[in-house]
Design a protein around this ligand. Sequence first.
Ligand code: ADP
Ligand code: MG
Length: 749
Amino acid sequence: MRRSCLDRRRPVGRLLSAGHKVALSEQPPSPGGDRPLQRLTPGTSVDAAVLAPGRTNNLAVAFTAGETVGFAWLDVSTGEGGTAMASVEGCGPALAQIAPTEVLVARWPETSDALAVALRSGGTRFGKLDRPELVGAAADGVLAAAYGPGAPDALRGFSPPELSALAALLDYVRATAGRLPEALPPPRRAAINDTMEIDAPTLRGLEVLASGASVEGTLLSVLDRTVTPAGARLLARQLAAPLTKPDTIRRRLAMVRFMVNNPPVRAGCREELSGLPDVLRAYGRLSLGKAGPRDLAAIRDGLERAQAVAAHLATGENLPVGLATAARELRVSDDGGKGALAGTLRRALVPSPPATIGEGGFVVEEYHVELDAERMEAAAAKEAIGKLQDRYVQQTGIKSLRIKTNTLIGYHVEVPAAAAKGLADGFTLRQGLASSARYTTTELDRLAAEQVGAAERVAAIEERVFRELVSAALAQRMAVTRIAHAAAALDLVCGLGQAAAEGLWVEPELADDTLLEIEGGRHPVAEQLLEAEGRSFVPNDCRIGSDDRLWLLTGPNMAGKSTFLRQVALVVLMAQVGSFVPATRARVGVVDKLFSRIGASDDLVAGRSTFMVEMLETAAILKQATARSLVILDEVGRGTSTHDGLAIAQASMEYLHDEVGCRTLFATHFHELADAAEAMPWAVCMAMDASPGRHDEMFAFKVRAGRAGQSYGLRVATHAGMPATVLRRAAELLGQVTGTKDHEEGTSG
Ligand code: ADP
Ligand code: MG
């Protein structure tokens, strides 16, 4: 039975990972048939075999109300959830921050184009919410059922669309999982203004969390030195929603700085943290009745580890406020609650209990008097059965006589078929096989009944103990969740400290204005890749946002334009996450929204032309960017004929410069754009140095003031090994086109 469950899980996991919904039913259905059919969807799974440890598994509901959309989300596997309001235009960034595995759209007919585009371009799995809509009292009812009598307090200040979204979400979970999660911590209301908006195309283009289908080569992979799954999940969430308040960022930076400057404290904390079980996921299973003794042990060990981490952290001298608070939050005080729970679990559970209660034996001896008595009785009966076997062997003279048990006929005496006739009267045949025969005796039946009865009572008591422990653990869910969050936050800070130390990064300075200055900036991912090849990355400066707020960057292909643009965006993003940055100095006037668009042809979204995608995405920037935003446009306009592309690129550039006034980096191979930029008061022409690099490189990868002359296609073609005849002919043609002009003219100014 147990085994068949496990076997069944594997194909289910595969189906869920592929995004399918699965319904499990028994064949034939169990008598009574009133058990709810178990339905599983990717967004409601709590199964460790299905979930990626370091990935949040949010299920989200979008509830449209006029010009706004209420979002609610919940990671059932950890109990962490939240709500947010977004304008129809702000749906993209909101969804990118929530990063749901699955989105259910309520009020499907009213879905705005903006939401539909955001859902598609985010690449999120989404569907229609086909359950009745919950508003007003119906919504309150579900919320009260989920959050208990404290619901009105916990949900004060949430807007009606958020509450409706939340109610719909919980209602859906109840329908699919067959019940509401127990002891659910109240959701957090996310204030969109407290975080930097980054939409899905920007996250993708900058390869923040994913590079194609993999995490290799992403900012996340370079930054992630966390040692716990909860820490890794927190980091990924932070990268999709960096901070915008300089004070908040500085508080985190102070903690990271402490960890950079105190390697022993950092190493010790990471060491202690690395043994920390995923307490939040254990609670996720507990809350849906899918937990086993091992989940309780995870909570026990988690509380113990948290103590050890707190103790280690407290050895640090002059802890910044944030870390001192963390040390306090991690301490499992003895005042009732958590302390009592830790004590109970320690006393009740064996060190390494099995995954399921059916496997038994997880309750420590001397924890439960009755259990001990029944266990002794079961053991005594078993021993008596052993003695009975010895006696039968002597009585019958059959040396190979054995007393065995199986699920079909229970305890029985087994002898080889040939020896069967030697048995006395008291043996009743139960089963005759080709090579052996199986018998029962009244004595054996009596002992077997004793043994089985006692074993059943043991199992029943163990199950009762398990339920009691589960209730005790659930009663402390909020308190333990707070500890787990403190541990994850500490893991995040230690990890950022570790990454900063390894990467020789510097602490950025944050400001409330719009000036962005980076000296000696590097691209954190490209730098690592180059270093792995024994080459070094060429650092560059950037200064925009005061008098000059738009840089138009021209230069040869392959000279490093895209890399430079992205590194500026990544340095800003890292700084606002509270990380050190790959530069010699950085000063970041906080960015409210970060946009990056790459006018490339490799970003094919099904059903739309690349040019359409490019235009949709550029339109979104032009409409949403503010004077505090940072916009990175890389070769926008490339997706169409030169003429259109150039015109659209120039018009977009002018709009950002004149109307929006945001910080803009604009890379282009249209040299003509430099003429336009030169006429704009706050725009500066910059160019990639066209001279060859120090080693065998084609280019020096240096950003300088001025404009590029040519695209240096011939040099790239030569490097690529084009046949000499072709190169000669191309040079000849180029001469015809550009007259006598030197096509290898460098940057000027
Ligand atoms: P462009 O956008 O101008 O065509 P890229 O930014 O794509 O150029 O850079 C092309 C290649 O040059 C990169 O893949 C990288 O290997 C190398 N490169 C770019 N910038 C640097 C740099 N600052 N230092 C070292 N190598 C670089
Ligand atoms: Mg490029």
